[in-house]
Design a protein around this ligand. Structure first.
Ligand code: PMT
Length: 401
């Protein structure tokens, strides 16, 4: 989570049974490089000790507004000012009511009134309490004030009941914090991204494919979403989970990917083809598993549609089309030829023979080529950071067209 590195996040923990999950949330946020300052209400301390959260955050936990020892050093106003974002997890019905009413009778509610940083609340409570009109009204008041609400999950609760009220998935809370800290430069834009390999079967259990993991495309989709875009991700088979806040379509073959991409591209402001689409597919797919024989098996491969070239041929003015070039030789020559032939605005070239580049790894080493012949060489970066740099170029293009 490069986005959180170096940021100060204030995590408010209130008195619900889900308070125990705050420990893991603090650990995740700290591990992402953020500085985490925990504030606990008195009731929260009935569920989890300040010592646990101090150990995980590496900072003294703020509990009592009038603890003069800490007050003089840290101070609730200073805590409010230093936070880049405030996350209340879990958020009880009580703290939501206090926030809506502007009550400030303890450290956390005082900070919540004093901070100007984005505030994220993660409600967790009994289903009936969550559904109660008072709670729903309080949530609506907070949403109108710009508070970000990470809605609870539906499931079995500690009280034995079933329904909405479980604390949201921690990865969703972390992703929401990333989004809150990202300038919304792509808000209002539809961004369509393809990722992963395609599988081209020659019988029900065997297929032609490549080593693409989907990481590059998923990183682009996640980062575009953080920047506020309406992101549609079309992915071949991959072990990666759907990114939060992204509409994900799962396909298998190149022809399926082509069909979905063509439909989505019509309304897109930006299309990024990061998928490793198979250029060929077996001419025939046997209906049953081929039995091995003593003789060799010869499979004739025929051309798959070139999705990117098709999108380039139909490109509308104002739509930005970005391709990738996966090469093992003559990187710049091959990439610039694809840029021109496929009518692209940018092409991201990666030399698959270079350490840290290309398939499966968490990093990439790319050169970004534009139509004017410009080449931006990036060092070996995480695919998350590479995605940021590619999107920075796309935003610059969007501003210039
Ligand atoms: O998924 P990872 O494990 O993270 O690996 C990342 C990656 C190596 C897959 C990625 O960085 C990358 O290079 N993706 C493009 C791979 C590829 O197919 O490159 P290519 O040079 O063969 O194709 C050129 C462009 O045409 C690509 O944008 C590709 O999506 C597109 N294409 C290719 C073939 C085809 N039939 N239709 C296409 O649209």
């Amino acid at each position: 989570m490069e986005r959180l590195r170096g940021k100060t996040l204030l995590v408010g923990v209130t008195g619900g049974i889900a308070a125990y999950k705050a420990a893991e949330l603090v650990r995740l946020l700290s591990r992402s490089g953020a500085g985490v300052q925990v504030v606990m209400t008195r009731a929260a301390q009935q569920f989890i000790t300040p010592l646990t959260l101090q150990a995980l955050s590496g900072r003294p936990v703020l509990t009592d507004l009038f603890d003069l020892g800490l007050e003089s050093e840290i101070g609730h106003i200073q805590a409010a000012r230093s936070a880049h974002a405030v996350i209340v997890a879990p958020a009880t019905a009580n703290v939501l009511a206090k926030m809506a009413a502007g009550i400030a009778d303890d450290y956390l509610t005082t900070v919540l009134l004093a901070t100007e940083a984005p505030v994220i609340v993660c409600p967790a409570m009994n289903t009936k309490m969550y559904a109660h009109a008072a709670t729903q009204d309080n949530l609506n008041v907070l949403k109108r004030r710009g508070v970000i609400v990470v809605e609870p999950q539906t499931g079995s609760l500690a009280c034995g009941e079933e329904g909405p009220g479980r604390l949201a998935d921690l990865s969703l809370i972390v992703e929401t914090a990333c989004q809150a800290l990202t300038p919304q430069t792509l808000r209002g834009k539809r961004v369509v991204v393809s990722a992963g390999p395609t599988w081209e079967p020659f019988d029900p259990v065997r297929f032609v494919t490549n080593p693409s993991s989907g990481k590059m495309g998923f990183a682009l989709a996640r980062e575009a979403s953080r920047r506020g875009a309406d992101v549609h991700l079309v992915t071949g088979p991959t072990a990666l989970a759907d990114p939060p806040f992204v509409t994900t379509y799962r396909v298998t073959t190149a022809r399926e990917m082509e069909h979905v991409m063509k439909g989505l591209a019509e309304d897109a402001h930006v299309v990024i083809m990061a998928a490793a689409v198979s250029d060929y597919r077996p001419e025939e797919t046997a209906p049953q598993k081929l039995k091995k024989k003593d003789t060799d098996l010869v499979i004739r491969l025929v051309r798959n549609p070139d999705i990117l070239a098709g999108l380039g041929a139909e490109k509308q003015p104002g739509r930005i089309l970005v391709g990738f070039a996966a090469e093992t030789e003559q990187l710049l020559q091959n990439a610039s030829e694809k840029l021109r032939k496929k009518n692209l605005d940018l092409i991201v070239a990666n030399d698959l023979t270079q350490p840290g580049a290309g398939f499966r790894c968490d990093t990439n080493v790319v050169k970004i080529l534009d139509r004017a012949g410009g080449v931006e060489e990036l060092p070996c970066l995480s695919k998350e950071e590479t995605a940021c740099r590619i999107l920075d170029r796309i935003e610059a293009l969007a501003l210039s067209t």
